[in-house]
Ligand binder design. Structure first.
Ligand code: IMP
Ligand code: MG
Length: 173
C-alpha cells in the first residue's frame, strides 16, 4: 500500500490509557471470580496481551481463530472455525477479546457458539467499534473506542496480513 495513505487515528499512549481503564472495569466487575479470556486471532492478539497485563483477578487465556470466507475487506457473514479453543469453558466466566466489531457477524456467531458450551457467562470486549456498519444486533460489554466507518489497521489489525505490528491504530484514506 502507498504509505502516504496511512494516518494515525489512535496513538500508542491513548490506546494504553484506555486499555488500562477497561482492565480496571473488568477487575471490578469480576471481583471474586475467575476470568477465561478468549482471544480471537489474529487481530485480537495485541489487545489481549496488553489487556491481560492489567488484569488482577485469576485468569486463563485461550485462543480461537475464525475467518469469514474470502479475504476481502467486506464481511461475507459466513464464519469458519480455523482453530478451536484448547480447553473447555464449561462453568467459566468467558470474556471474548476482539480487535474490532464491524458488521457484528463474527462476534454474534462466536458468542452463540461459546454460549452453547455451558459457560457461567459470556461477555464481549472489543477494542474498536464501528457502529455505523453493524448488520446484526450484537452488543459489546466493553468497548475501547467507537470509531467512524473507516478502514483501520495496526495494533493487531491487518491490511492483507500486513501492518499488525504498528503500536497504534491508523486509518487508510
Ligand atoms: P464483522 O464480522 O463484520 O464484525 O468483522 C469483524 C472482522 O472483520 C474483524 O475481526 C476484523 O478482522 C475485520 N475488520 C473489520 N473492519 C476492519 C478494519 O477496518 N480493518 C481491518 N480489519 C477489519
Ligand atoms: Mg478479527
Amino acid at each position: 500500500m502507498d504509505e502516504s495513505r496511512i494516518h494515525v487515528m489512535i496513538d500508542e499512549v491513548s490506546l494504553q490509557n484506555r486499555i488500562r481503564q477497561l482492565a480496571d472495569e473488568i477487575n471490578h466487575d469480576y471481583q471474586g471470580k475467575e476470568l477465561a479470556m478468549i482471544c480471537v486471532l489474529k487481530g485480537g492478539v495485541m489487545f489481549m496481551t496488553d489487556l491481560a497485563k492489567y488484569i488482577q483477578i485469576p485468569m486463563t487465556m485461550d485462543f480461537m481463530s475464525v475467518s469469514s470466507y474470502g479475504n476481502q475487506q467486506v464481511s461475507t457473514g459466513i464464519v469458519k472455525i480455523m482453530k478451536d479453543l484448547d480447553n473447555s469453558i464449561e462453568n467459566q466466566h468467558v470474556l471474548i477479546v476482539e480487535d474490532i466489531m464491524d458488521t457484528g457477524r463474527t462476534l454474534q456467531y462466536l458468542k452463540n457458539l461459546l454460549a452453547d458450551r455451558n459457560p457461567a457467562s459470556v461477555k464481549i470486549c472489543t477494542l474498536l467499534d464501528k457502529p455505523h456498519t453493524r448488520v446484526v444486533p450484537v452488543k459489546a460489554d466493553y468497548t475501547g473506542f467507537v470509531i467512524d466507518d473507516k478502514f483501520v489497521l495496526g495494533y493487531g489489525l491487518d491490511y492483507e496480513q500486513h501492518y499488525r505490528n504498528l503500536p497504534y491504530i491508523a486509518y487508510v484514506e
